[in-house]
Every structure is written in C-alpha cells, then in structure tokens.
Write a protein that binds this ligand. Structure first.
Ligand SMILES: Cc1ncc(COP(=O)(O)O)c(C=O)c1O
Length: 416
C-alpha cells in the first residue's frame, strides 16, 4: 500500500492516541494556532511558572524583602535547582549546580578540568561544536598555554591513538546542534578516559530530551543550559556537573565570593567552598532560578526513557513524512535515519532555507534555520504531537511546491 497524505493523517492520529506522555502537553501554555518546533532553542512556557513567579515577585520579594534569602531558600537555590536538574542527567545529589550561563560554566569547568591534567598540553573539541564551545576552548587554551585539536567525535579513537597521552580534556556535545546527530557518549567517554584524559560534555541539546547517565558513565564534568528542553525561560540559568571524585581538587578560575567556604565571613583570602559549591561565582539570578525550578516540575513524574521513545517516534515520523511529502522538492535530510544516531530534532538542507523558515513562521509553524542552508525542527515528546509534525511537513510542501516564499531571502537565522 502506498502512503498517502490521508493515511499519514490516520497514522499521526493513531500514534498520538497511543502516546504515553500525551497528557503532559497540558502542562505547557502553548499558543493556539501555532505548531511549535523550536523547543530545542527556547522551550515553551510551563503552566506552573506564572503562579510561582507571581508569588516570588509579590510575596517573597515584595513583602519578604531581604529576609527571603533565608526564609524562601533563595541562597540555597543554586544547589537545590542544580540537584533537580541532576535527576534528569543521572547525577546523584551534590554534584550539580545551577546558575550563570552555559558559556560561563563552560569556561570555569574546562579550565578546572585542564588544570587537573597539568602534565598534558592539549584540549580536544569538535570542529562542528557550537561556536561558544569552540571560542572558549581557544580562550582556555591560550590562558593555560595549551594547544587545541578540533577532532570530529567519529575520529576521536584514531586521534587518541596518535597523541592521546597529550590530551588533557575532551569537550564534546552528545548532539550536533545543526544536524541533530547523536554521538555515543558512553563510547567516547570510555575512549577519552582510557587515554588518561578527562571528559566534559555540553548537554544543552540533551538534558531533558533523552536519558543522560553521567554518574553511570563516569563522566568528569558537564554543563548545559536551562532554556531549551528544560523550558526554564529565555536566558534561564545554566548548570554545571562535577563528579564527586573531583570535588576535593577542582579549582574553578572564577573565584567569586559566593564560592567561598564562608562567604559572609568576608575574609581576606579566597578559600574554596567544599564540593560543587565552589562553582558559585556571584549573587545568583534568583528570579530566573526559581522560574527554572518551577519549570522543572513538568518532569516530576516523567520517565526520560519514555521521553526518548516519544522523541524517536516523532523524529522517525518526521523523516517518513519528509520522504512521502517532500520528494523532488530539493530537500536533503541531514539527520541520521538510524534511531540510535538521532537526537531530538530533524534538520533538512535546502538552498532556500531562510525564505522557507520565514514563510513557515508566517503560517504558524515555528522551526528555525542555521546558516547557510539548514532548516531545523526540534521535537519534544512532552508537548509535540505527530499531528504537529504532519502539519509542519504539509505546510512546507505547500509553500515549496507553490513557490509561496522568497527564494532570494538570506539571513543568519536570528536569535536562539
Ligand atoms: C551546544 C550549545 N552550547 C552552548 C550554547 C549557548 O551558550 P549560552 O547559554 O551561554 O548562550 C548553545 C546554544 O544554542 C548550544 O547549542
């Protein structure tokens, strides 16, 4: 039987009816008439957030004033929210801290990791890594007098065979932010550590999207953001994970007063707080932390293996719809077809990606694009439906087939 748009609609309805996490969609305030496929850049607003923020603003800040640092747990929020993220990334309590931006956490963690291998002279990063990861690897290397090697994850074993004894840190992301390719975290962690290097994972595109098992894999350091799959809001605090075995020895370079063992002692000299707590720098962004904390309640009874299964069903259906509906229209899927190599997005190459993304958005289908020619569609099994996917691909087919977009439009994809 050939697949037709009608049978795709039936299939989408059946898959949505059977989706074990279908009820979780109600936990988000999604605007009517919008198909949102950009939660891999900015997660949508969880319904739990506005009442909490209202309380934080009016009761905790407005009435409690400075007393709320203690009375409402503001001071402890970085560790408390960190542990809550830790549950989603396979980290036992006391190893994850929330606050600052991913870039700041990355700089701190990468510097500290490199300093734990003082006899080694190289940092390894991915040539396709997100720009901030590449720039900061260069910055850390230049400050510490190290070299940087840009090695694709697939080429890591060969590289380690050649000069693994010089590698201090391997810093990768499990998911390629452009193509959505998922790398094998377990195998890469093992390979790097067997060569004596430490491993730092950037979990921006993995935390909340798929099960991550940092403790079980023996990962050394990790960072990630709070605003993508964790839906903590624009500019939400990031997080850092430091494996317990490094707690006594890691030395983050940003020695702010919040990371002092006795911050209110106002001592002459810096003395690092125990554990992951020394990763704190300055006064934490309390409103954003409490917003992220409320957002994380979405995950309270959610099994990340089910999120992963739902995500694979959505991306698999997306690729199938692409095959059926976009054939001959100039699209090339760059996201791997093999489920074990797919993150939680589908990327399609098309020479007019920018104009198409604009035209989709005008019709209420929000994805994004990455220059020069990639359309990106993020799915999140907590709120994306197969019907959303079918609507998006059908819309893409219509605007492409009828030329209802500006083929001369070019741009860099904008914010996110
Ligand atoms: C892998 C990765 N790292 C870092 C960032 C962003 O860093 P920051 O949160 O500091 O802006 C992104 C943003 O998309 C990302 O995809």
């Amino acid at each position: 039987m050939t697949t037709t748009p009608t049978s795709l609609a039936g299939r989408a309805a059946g898959l949505d009816a059977d989706a074990p996490l279908g009820h979780v969609r109600e936990r988000f305030l999604l605007p009517q008439g919008v198909v949102y496929l950009d939660g891999n850049s900015l997660g949508p607003l969880p319904a739990a957030v506005p009442p909490v923020l209202e309380d934080v603003l009016h009761r905790q800040w407005g009435t409690g004033l400075i007393r709320s640092w203690n009375d409402h747990g503001w001071w402890d929020a970085p560790a408390r929210v960190g542990d809550r993220v830790g549950r989603l990334i396979g980290a036992a309590p006391g190893q994850t801290l929330a606050g600052d931006s991913t870039s700041v956490q990355l700089y701190n963690a990468l510097s500290a990791a490199a300093a734990l291998r003082p006899d080694r002279s190289l940092l390894v990063t991915d040539p396709d890594h997100f720009p901030t990861d590449r720039y900061l690897a260069d910055a850390v290397a230049s400050r510490l007098g190290l070299g940087v090697r840009r090695i694709r994850p697939a080429d890591l074993p060969g590289h380690l065979a050649a000069e693994g004894d010089r590698v201090a840190v391997v810093a990768y992301s499990p998911v390629d932010y452009r193509t959505g390719e998922l790398h094998d975290m377990a195998a890469l962690t093992r390979a790097a550590q067997r060569a004596g290097a430490l491993v730092l994972w950037d979990l921006c595109h993995a935390a909340g999207a798929l099960p991550v098992r940092l403790d079980a894999l023996g990962v050394d350091f990790a960072v990630g953001c709070g605003y993508k799959f964790l839906s903590g809001g624009p500019g939400a605090p990031a997080f850092v994970y430091v494996a317990r075995r490094h707690h006594a020895d890691w030395r983050p370079p940003m020695t702010g007063w919040n990371g002092h063992a006795d911050p209110f002692g106002l001592h002459e000299e810096y003395l690092p707080a125990p554990g992951v707590g020394r990763g704190r720098i300055g006064t934490p962004p309390v409103l954003s932390l409490l917003c992220l904390e409320a957002a994380l309640s979405v995950f309270d009874d959610v099994d990340l293996d089910q999120v992963r299964a739902g995500s694979l069903s959505l991306t698999g259906f997306f690729l199938h719809c692409t095959e059926v509906l976009l054939d001959g229209l100039g699209f090339e899927p760059v996201t791997p077809a093999e489920p074990e190599r797919r993150g939680s997005q589908v990327s399609l190459r098309h020479p007019h990606a920018f104009g198409l993304a604009r035209a989709l958005e005008a019709r209420g289908v929000i994805g994004d694009m990455r220059a020069p020619d990639l359309l990106r569609f993020g799915v999140n099994a907590l709120f994306t439906t197969h019907q959303d996917v079918l609507t998006a691909v059908t819309c893409l087919r219509e605007i492409t087939a009828t030329g209802a977009y500006d083929p001369s439009a070019h741009g860099a994809g904008g914010v996110t």
